[in-house]
Each structure stands twice: as C-alpha cells, then as structure tokens.
Write a protein that binds this ligand. Structure first.
Ligand SMILES: [Zn+2]
Length: 384
C-alpha cells in the first residue's frame, strides 16, 4: 500500500502505441498496466470523463537555467531550484548544461553537479551537457569568444572525473584543431558527441559522423547554414540518418517553416525538443546575466546587446504545443521528440516509455496539451 499510486482511465501514449488503461505504481516504478485494475493504493488519480493523456515525462537535454538560477552559478541551491521549477512544464529529467566560460568556472560547475542529489519533488538531474568551450569562434553566438579553447582529451577526461562521470553530452565543432581525434575519444567514455557551434563543411560533418557524432546541437542556430553549393552543417544534419537533432521550437530560434522542414526531413525519430533556456525562464521580462553578459529578455526572446540570441525562455510545455501546431504530428510522435529519443540517446533503459518495470516519470496532459500533473519517480510533484 505504501508508496503506491493508481492512475486510472487515462489514454496512455507511447512512441509506437496509444491505449486506454490504468497504471499501478509502486516505489517509483510501474508495477502493472492493465484495463480496469482493481488494486488498493495510497494515492489515486482518476481521469474519468477528463480526456487526459499520460505521456512519458519530458526530458530536456539542453537547459542552462530557470527560475532565476543557472548551472554556472555552481551552487546546490541553483540546481535544486531549477529541478524544482521544471516539473511545472512536465519535465521529469534534464541535463544540466554548462557554457563556455573560464576553465575554473566550468570546473566548479562540474564539481557542483557531482555532489548533487535530487530531492523527491524534483525533476531528475540526469547528467551534464558540456556546451563549449570546444567550439568554433566563427559560430560562437552567446558563448564568449575569449574562453573558447581547443578540444583536449586529457582535459576532458579530468572533467569527467571531477563530475563523477556525470557528463553525458558534449557540444563540439569537429573542424577545429584536434576536433576529430576528440570525437573518436568520446566513444569509450559513453558521452554523446553533438555537433554544434560549428563552421564545418558538409564533408567535415560526414567525416565526423563516421567517427562518432550522434547528435546536433540546436539545429540551424550557430552552425554553418545551408547553401545549395555548400550545404554546411545544416544540410548534412538534415540528411544524415545517424544524427538526431536538437531543435528549439520557440519560433524565435527557428522560423516555424524551418521547424516543419526539419520534421519533414528527419521525422519524429530524428528530432529532440529542447529549450536551451536561461535563468529568466519563468520570470518577468528584464535584464539578466548569462555567463557575465547582460541578456535582455522581452516578448521577442532573450538577446545580447549586439542583438545575438542568448538562450531562450521556452518551456517544454510550449515547445510541444508549437511542434504539434506547426506539423500536425501525432501524440506518439510528440512522445518520441520530447522523451523517447532523448532517453535512447542517453541509454536510459527505464525511461522515455510507459511500461511495466519502467520508472514512473510521467506528464499528464489535457486535450490542449496543457500540463495537468507531473509525476516523478511515482510521486505527484506538480498539479495545475
Ligand atoms: Zn545552450
């Protein structure tokens, strides 16, 4: 009875199936799924007459901050506040994302995550996404150029130790000196090599893919764009089936038609919705700090004083709504793009899917895709 939850009369949506049923959860895991389960539980959620959809919880692989805090603050408070705030948008897991800063600043952020342990009312911190400093100065965007350095397998190995092996993804420009060797070295470390902030040619991307690139960081943004005689990183990523791509579907970082184009070419299986959010997410418009730079946040997004886009204030809830609105994709495809693909990339064998034995990380949506409840490890952590 203790630590049990019965969710009944909901439409369960997985990447390859949709069915009406009940889910019985015990100690944070799905114990049984069936129609008309008659078991006693400590807590109940009944979706009768509500038209609710139960999806695997959203996983955001690229998020720097929210609720006034940033991973680079390198405090336990910042990580807890982020993890606590993200459940409001249906997120049950995320990669704490660092950015290009001094080596000391990056290392203190890594060591801070190494010590982190989730409270039970928070989204799970699934690991670290290291975005920069191994990127191209030509495609820096909001990554401060003065801190961009060449990739070093030795340095990265020491970072992985400092983080207690919690680095799961690194954004890298393959074409910089040492880039290809670096990508090869990631295979043994079980870290996702993601091409981003890169000025590579299509030929360089193809070579990088054979060496181990599995993902692309925020498609279209800060990568060599498509030209018909020089298809660039964008052209290569759109065509390369082995590469899944992150996309910021806020319609600021990419035009709605560019989002449609990505969906058309990559399919739901090839797309990972992310937010790339910074600390102003969930707060009022105004000026905020991003890696020592002032970012102005308004209805038009988050920009540096030179006009460059500097992260977003997007929520996963809104990203899902935007994706559905512009592509008219199915809810099963939404599941792939918001959870299953990320879980697969991260090799999380008990997440991204609703089935017996899996972690009870769910988002409960109404028919307009509003988050009604978020359930982390079997516990309701957010209710609208
Ligand atoms: Zn970012």
């Amino acid at each position: 009875m203790k630590n049990t939850l019965l969710i009944s009369n909901v439409t369960i949506v997985n990447h390859h199936e949709v069915f009406i049923g009940d889910v019985f959860i015990e100690n944070g895991r799905v114990n049984k799924i069936s129609r008309d389960l008659s078991v006693k539980a400590e807590h109940y959620i009944n979706g009768k007459d509500k038209n609710w959809f139960l999806l695997p919880g959203y996983i955001d692989m690229h998020i720097h901050g929210s609720a006034g805090h940033d991973v680079m603050d390198a405090t336990q408070l910042a990580l807890h506040q982020m993890a606590r705030s993200l459940v409001q948008e249906g997120v049950t897991g995320f990669l704490a994302t660092t950015m290009t800063q001094s080596i000391e600043a990056i290392e203190s952020a890594l060591m801070n995550v190494a010590q982190f342990e989730n409270n039970d009312d928070e989204a799970s911190l699934l690991g670290i996404h290291v975005e920069g400093p191994y990127v191209s100065k030509k495609r820096a965007g909001a990554q401060p150029i003065e801190y961009i350095i060449l990739p070093s397998t030795k340095q990265f190995a020491s970072w992985q130790n400092m983080s207690k092996q919690r680095i799961k993804q690194v954004t890298i420009a393959p074409e910089v000196e040492g880039g290809f060797t670096f990508i090869e070295s990631l295979k043994d470390l079980n870290v996702i090599a993601s091409i981003g902030h890169s000025d590579a040619t299509v030929e360089e991307v193809d070579r990088a893919v054979t060496l181990g690139i599995k993902q692309a960081t925020h498609l279209y943004n800060q990568m060599r764009p498509f030209h018909h005689r020089n298809p660039g990183v964008v052209g290569a990523v759109l065509l390369e089936d082995q590469v899944k791509t992150e996309i910021i579907a806020d319609f600021v970082h990419s035009h709605p038609q560019a989002v449609r184009l990505a969906y058309r070419l990559k399919g739901a299986e090839g797309i990972i919705l992310i937010t790339d959010a910074m600390r102003a997410k969930g707060l009022h418009y105004g000026d905020y700090d991003l890696g020592g730079q002032t970012v102005h946040v308004s209805k038009d997004g988050a920009h540096l004083s030179n006009g460059a886009l500097a992260g977003s204030v997007l929520t996963m809830e809104q990203a899902v709504k935007n994706m559905k609105a512009i592509t008219n994709c199915s809810l099963q495809e939404i599941v792939a793009m918001s959870s299953t693909n990320a879980a697969k990339q991260l090799q999380l064998s008990t997440k991204g899917h609703i089935a017996e034995g899996y972690d009870a990380d769910f988002v409960l949506l109404d028919e307009n895709l509003n988050v009604q409840k978020t359930i982390c490890r079997g516990k309701v952590v957010f209710e609208k």
